[in-house]
Design a protein around this ligand. Structure first.
Ligand SMILES: NC(=O)C1=CN([C@@H]2O[C@H](COP(=O)(O)OP(=O)(O)OC[C@H]3O[C@@H](n4cnc5c(N)ncnc54)[C@H](O)[C@@H]3O)[C@@H](O)[C@H]2O)C=CC1
Ligand SMILES: O=C(O)C(=O)COP(=O)(O)O
Length: 533
């Protein structure tokens, strides 16, 4: 049977290109650009979708995610993801992606345009001229040449702003704790602390994301530290500036002008700063050019289709990147990692303290972050079937499980293998596995005992003391009860010591058959297992 095509909902205004790409790639798409503003309706239908493509209007809250029972990926056609509750998405196993470069030039250009607009009062002069007033002497501006521009946040957008401002022969200073001296030199700017920037800048432009650390970065106290006559531009996020404090500073004349593209509450239909003669306002237009919207729509649709169709992960904020090629090469290894984790998880019902993962040989050169996530998800799934590789590290952290990874060169007969050791208060359990050239994952060692077990959906794991007659017993009880064995593998520590059997069965073993096996008194453990093959 042909697998069902994944379904994506576009709930904000995206270029038609996105819709076309989804269709061309075989993804079903519903384009409902007004839905981002209708959270009730969105919450009602979100369960039908595997993917949600958004801009800034749709708010992906914990509440919305509760209803998003099939959602696998949120794609933000743009940069800022402050409208997405990423921790809640991670917990639900939903990947959040953005398009980190598609609109940076456009947004940087908007910031430069806004700087010119306040330097020369362009919007007011235009409105006055349209009104037939010809107020030539009213609109006296200032030059940008030789002025100091203070850039707060010199990342992608801030960096482009620095470059353009240097071209305008401005002196550019930047505050960004993560800006290296080397990069500052390359941009032709001077790296300074925030207080120095506030004291020296004639123009200040904000290009930081909105986080708990940056909220109100231009609050009342910091506004008071700015140079009298400063002009402020915000094309990043509302919430970075305290709007009431800015209004007071504009009223007193300490701040000569402000150009704002973003507001604390959006859509901003009323705001304390509206109507102020020295404020230029635009309705979150930073990313609104034909070029940027084409870029972000194309990127988000490709990235989401890749993920839904091939498992490739690009530009995710809560998952390591996995290219389509890696997804293909690593596919069997990711499966194996999940199976090893799953076997470990099914073998224990004690709280887990640590999971140590060893990668040997060729597999140690792969994307270990993705493999780790598969192992952890496998382990935790035994306790909670809703866990997936996105949510697993968050849940493991919440539970205080220590994760450690070791890489080693090829050390034995296998070209590559993964060995996972789980530590509880009472014991350590380890399972190793490999993938042969047929791409089929196999368990090669359990509790230090070598085996060769193909992985199937229904399996049985038994332990016993190595004495004659056990295997016959196992085979005959399963046979008498109509349970067919597809593959049977045995191992023992040494003659007469611990022995294990791993059976791959054609069907799930009924509970009464497990009871019959236990009743023989010959097994230390009889454990039915199940794997997502
Ligand atoms: N108005 C609009 O339509 C648009 C607005 N944006 C906003 O612009 C923001 C910046 O975008 P990018 O430059 O692409 O992001 P980015 O991640 O490349 O750059 C952000 C920079 O801020 C710095 N930073 C972080 N915390 C800081 C702090 N406490 N103090 C000083 N610097 C700090 C980082 O080190 C980084 O260099 C986005 O987060 C988004 O909110 C982005 C696109 C369009
Ligand atoms: O990309 C960003 O961070 C933006 O703020 C652009 O927002 P928008 O897609 O125009 O709603």
């Amino acid at each position: 049977m042909k697998p069902m095509a994944p379904r994506v909902l576009v709930s904000d205004e995206l270029s038609e290109t996105a819709v076309q790409i989804f269709r061309d790639r075989g993804v079903e798409v519903d384009y409902m650009p007004k839905l981002g503003k209708d959270k009730e309706k969105l919450a009602e239908i979100i369960h039908q979708y595997d993917g949600l493509a958004i801009r800034s209007a749709t708010k992906v809250t914990e509440k919305l995610l509760e209803n998003a029972t099939n959602l696998k990926v949120v794609g933000r056609a743009g940069i800022g993801v402050d409208n997405v509750d990423i921790p809640a998405a991670s917990k639900k196993g939903v990947i959040v992606m953005n398009t980190p470069f598609g609109n940076s030039v456009t947004t940087a250009e908007h910031a430069i345009a806004m700087m010119f607009a306040i330097a020369r009062q362009l919007p007011e002069a235009s409105a006055s001229t349209h009104a037939g007033k010809w107020e030539k002497s009213k609109f006296m501006g200032v030059e940008l040449f030789n002025k100091t521009l203070g850039v707060i946040g010199a990342g992608n957008i801030g960096g482009i702003v620095c470059d353009r401002a240097v071209g305008l022969k401005m002196k550019v200073i930047a505050f960004d704790p993560f800006l290296s001296e080397e990069r500052a030199k390359q941009l032709g700017v001077t790296k300074v602390e925030l207080d120095e920037l506030l004291a020296k800048a004639d123009f200040i432009t904000l290009h930081v994301p909105l986080t708990d650390k940056t909220r109100n970065i231009l609050g009342r106290e910091n506004l008071a530290k700015t140079k009298p006559g400063v002009r402020i531009i915000n094309c990043a996020r509302g919430g970075l500036i305290d709007e009431a404090a800015l209004k007071d500073a504009l009223d007193s004349g300490h701040v000569a002008g402000a150009a704002l593209d973003v507001f604390e509450v959006e859509p901003a239909t009323e705001n304390v700063l509206f109507g102020h003669p020295n404020v230029v306002a635009t309705p979150h237009l930073g990313a609104s050019t034909t070029e940027a919207q084409e870029n972000v729509a194309l990127q988000v649709a490709e990235q989401m289709s890749d993920y839904l169709l091939t498992g490739a992960v690009t530009n995710a904020l809560n998952m390591p990147n996995v290219t389509a090629e890696q997804a293909q090469v690593m596919g069997p290894w990711i499966k194996l990692a999940g199976h090893i984790g799953s076997l470990i998880g099914q073998m224990t019902d004690e709280p887990i303290k640590a999971i140590n993962i060893l990668y040997d040989g060729a597999v140690s050169e792969m994307n270990l972050a993705a493999l780790n996530q598969a192992v952890i998800a496998g382990v935790l799934k035994a306790q909670n079937p809703d866990v997936n590789p996105v949510s697993a590290p968050v849940i493991a952290k919440d539970k205080g499980i220590q994760i450690s990874t070791t890489k080693q060169d090829k050390s034995g007969t296998f070209d590559a293998y993964i060995k996972v050791t789980m530590v509880t208060d009472a014991r350590e359990r380890s399972v190793a596995g490999t993938c042969f050239s047929d791409g089929k994952p196999r368990f090669i060692q359990i509790k230090g005992i070598n085996i060769d077990a193909e992985v199937g959906e229904h399996m049985l794991y038994t332990t016993n003391n190595d004495v004659p007659g056990i295997i016959g017993n196992l085979g005959s009880i399963l046979g008498e009860n109509g349970v067919n064995i597809a593959n049977f593998t045995l191992g023992r520590a040494a003659v007469g010591q611990d022995a294990i059997a791993v059976l791959y069965l054609d069907q799930a073993i009924p509970a009464d058959v497990v009871t019959k096996l236990e009743a023989t008194g010959k097994f230390n453990q009889v454990k039915p297992l199940r794997f997502d093959v």
